[in-house]
Design a protein. Structure first.
Length: 731
């Protein structure tokens, strides 16, 4: 060993020792912070599915590849990172001697070939990612960037390190070629040989280059160890765990559909026994999220995909799902020393720690412990109320997140505390909640008018109990029963079912609100009250039937989602279909025959709770395709990437005071297609888009109408003489 090798070996050992020590300390700190969260025993079920999903999403990049160029580039960088870690290990042998190499596999041609190939693709991949980051930098002129609010230096630093480490790999190999210590043939390692042709025959060059590679890698480790909130780097390790522990590992739309029930101590809360002094009602402190919540916050890569799709952010509201996650992450880590010292508030708001426990605590950590989780900037709050209440629970963030962060559950958990304990929510929504409690519907309409929509139909609509048997229970929903435009959809569906000979029955006055708006605003108490009542009614209606025969058809995607996905949490198991699914089936089986094509061009707006939350994308398009006997014109943002109408998450009953109106943004997109008909599959989307069209004074040119009405026009052209559905909302 020459003097150069002695120096490089000592330096490499020293920097590695420091880096590893700091990294171990950082991992312990991170684990300690995540363990501060509440229990979530349900995350340990079905480990086989979890493992399969985790491998598919990481090795296969199934979520990332939706953003094809970025996904492919990231895949090469990820594989490069894993495989080329071997080359960093190899550098420790090369730092000692120019002849050094990995034991066992070092020297095998296949190893030389694979590492060469992956290194080349890794360089290309990282250059693509750097170019994308630069092109989308927040400071670029014009447009909103998905990186706005991301810690840009961290992204550039990580990418520069990856590039430098890959390049140094070729330099090491080049020196080995030049000094005749390289075992691999030129056909397997052409880039290394090309680099070698440019370098001098200098043995010390191998060790110096190997040391530089180690020094860059260990500097990276030191920097990330000193920055435990550096998700852009840590996600390389945390993403595997975050994906493994996701809510519904077998489901495509995990973190969507059903909301996570309100939990305390890892168990769903039953309001008949719940006590706010003993049980946790939602989330008021960051440590009241589960450990999986804290893992979510730690894993965020700051990529901003969620932000780029969020309807609130895109219309100038203060909510960005990314910034919300980053605020919670930074707060959790800043507050952690106080919590780990025994600090924190109990459920009555009393400090848990003694003065002695907090005596030597950093003042910043103490101050962080005092900050309210929800509060304005003046109050020192972590999440501004305007951020919390801007969310439509559309799920675009959850859908897009490459590491499966569950934003909607976290947002609703924070809302739950605000509503149930603080009674703090946009005041205009109070009327809706009172109406739900007193009248069982958000409009406060008299329950005995629930069947008024049946008046004037030329056939009888039977009630459950009046008929011996029925195949489908037609769940009308509050909008379908009380809101003028939605009533037309209800009538259209009933007419089509009758035409197709489907036996169905309604609950009539026995039906009450599904509870969706109460649950999404955070009022779990009212939700459970309504849901339990409905579950009892439905269980009675289906008494004696197995689950497959407890069939419900619903026109409202919110009811469809709640009945199908959430009533199971309260003992109600039903087979629920959306009316577009049933209609598609009836057309495909010849029970309904479209005869007259609907003309003028049709575009389709995917309701969030039908599409993203429940993956029903094809059925409404099939129905429309049959009705117009052609192809619909898609909006730029459609299917999984559809843009919300602005009504979900109980936003329907809140004023939209900040930024551009979401429904106007969506209507402009719909109108840009040139289609005369904007088809919808949800009464709330119908209201919002109709309001948007009317607000633009385009009611004469564009019609917003439900898929069922479009089909009815084609099946029975005489019964619906081009009725426009553009009058103002009732109630
Ligand atoms: S659910 Fe929709 S509105 Fe809410 S944060 Fe996510 S993308 Fe934004
Ligand atoms: S998409 Fe996920 S990882 Fe990316 S910024 Fe949003 S929350 Fe973070």
């Amino acid at each position: 060993m020459g003097s150069v090798q002695i120096v490089t070996t000592i330096l490499a050992a020293a920097i590695t020792a420091v880096a590893v020590w700091l990294a171990v300390r950082a991992v312990m700190k991170m684990v300690a912070v995540i363990r501060l969260g509440q229990p979530a025993p349900e995350r340990f079920t079905d480990k086989a599915t979890r493992t399969k999903t985790m491998l598919a999403e990481t090795a296969g990049h199934t979520r990332m590849l939706r953003w094809s160029v970025v996904g492919a580039a990231h895949w090469f960088v990820m594989v490069g990172f894993i495989v080329l870690s071997l080359l960093v290990l190899e550098a420790y042998f090369e730092v000692v001697s120019a002849k050094g190499g990995l034991p066992l596999i070092g020297g095998l041609t296949i190893y030389g070939l694979v590492t060469e190939l992956i290194a080349v693709l890794g360089v290309v991949g990282i250059l693509v990612l750097i170019a994308i980051r630069v092109r989308n930098r927040p400071t670029r002129p014009g447009g909103r960037s998905r990186f706005t609010g991301s810690t840009m230096w961290q992204g550039y630093f990580v990418e520069a390190v990856v590039l430098a480490v890959l390049i140094m790999g070729f330099v090491i190999r080049g020196f080995k070629v030049a000094t005749d210590h390289f075992e691999y043939p030129a056909w397997a390692t052409p880039v290394s040989h090309a680099v070698g042709a440019l370098l001098p025959n200098w043995e010390a060059g191998v060790s110096i280059a190997a040391f530089i590679k180690i020094a860059i890698s260990m500097t990276w480790l030191i920097v990330i160890a000193l920055n435990v909130t550096m998700g852009v780097a840590w996600h390389r390790f945390l993403a595997f765990f975050n994906i493994f522990f996701k809510r519904d590992p077998g489901e495509k739309g995990s973190g969507l559909g059903a909301l996570r029930p309100m939990m305390s101590e890892g168990k769903p809360l039953d309001f008949e026994e719940a006590d706010p002094e003993k049980d946790q009602f939602g989330v008021a402190q960051v440590e009241q999220f589960t450990w999986k919540g804290l893992l979510d916050f730690s894993t965020c890569t700051e990529c901003g995909r969620c932000q780029s799709q969020c309807p609130a952010w895109n219309t100038g509201k203060p909510l960005s799902p990314k910034l919300l996650v980053l605020s919670l992450r930074d707060h959790a880590y800043a507050k952690a020393p106080y919590l780990l010292a025994g600090g924190g508030k109990d459920l009555t708001g009393e400090e848990k720690a003694t003065a002695a426990q907090l005596a030597h605590l950093d003042v910043l950590a103490l101050a962080e412990g005092d900050k309210p989780l929800i509060g304005t900037a003046e109050e020192g709050g972590i999440i501004d109320p305007d951020v919390l209440w801007s969310c439509t629970t559309c799920g675009a963030c959850v859908e897009q997140c490459p590491v499966d962060i569950e934003h909607v559950d976290h947002i609703v958990d924070m809302r739950r505390y605000q509503v149930l304990i603080e009674s703090s929510f946009p005041s205009e929504a109070g009327v809706m909640l009172r109406n739900l409690e007193n009248k069982g519907n958000p409009w406060g309409a008299p329950p005995n008018t629930r069947e008024d929509w049946t008046k004037g139909l030329d056939f009888e609509v039977p009630r459950v109990g009046e008929v011996d048997d029925f195949e489908y229970l037609f769940w009308v929903g509050c909008a379908g029963a009380f809101e003028d435009r939605a009533k037309k959809t209800t009538r259209a569906v009933a007419t089509l079912l009758n035409e197709a000979g489907v036996s169905f029955a309604i609950l009539g006055e026995g039906e009450t609100c599904s509870g969706d708006p109460a649950r999404r605003i955070g009022n779990e108490f009212v939700f459970q009250m309504l849901a339990q009542q409905n579950v009892e009614t439905l269980n009675e209606a289906f008494e004696g039937r197995e689950k497959a025969k407890r069939k419900i058809v619903a026109t409202c995607p919110h009811c469809f989602n709640t009945l199908g996905n959430e009533y199971g949490q309260l003992g109600g198991e039903f087979e629920v279909v959306h009316h577009t699914q049933l209609l598609a089936h009836l057309v495909s089986t010849g029970k309904l025959t479209p005869v007259q094509p609907v003309d003028g061009g049709v575009t389709y707006h995917d309701p969030c709770y039908l599409g993203r939350h429940n993956r029903v994308f094809a059925a409404p398009r099939e129905v429309l395709g049959d009705a117009i006997q052609g192809e619909i014109t898609e909006m730029p943002r459609n299917s999984e990437r559809s843009f919300c109408c602005g009504a979900g998450g109980a936003r329907m009953w809140m004023e939209e005071k900040i930024g551009k109106r979401i429904n106007v943004d969506r209507v402009e997109e719909a109108m840009s297609t040139g289609a005369k008909t904007v088809a919808v599959g949800c009464p709330f989307c119908s209201t919002m888009l109709n309001d948007g069209v009317n607000g633009k004074g385009a009611g004469e040119q564009v019609e917003v109408v439900d898929v069922a009405s479009v089909l009815l026009r084609s099946v029975k052209p005489d019964t619906t003489p081009g009725e426009k559905e553009t009058e103002p909302v009732a109630g």
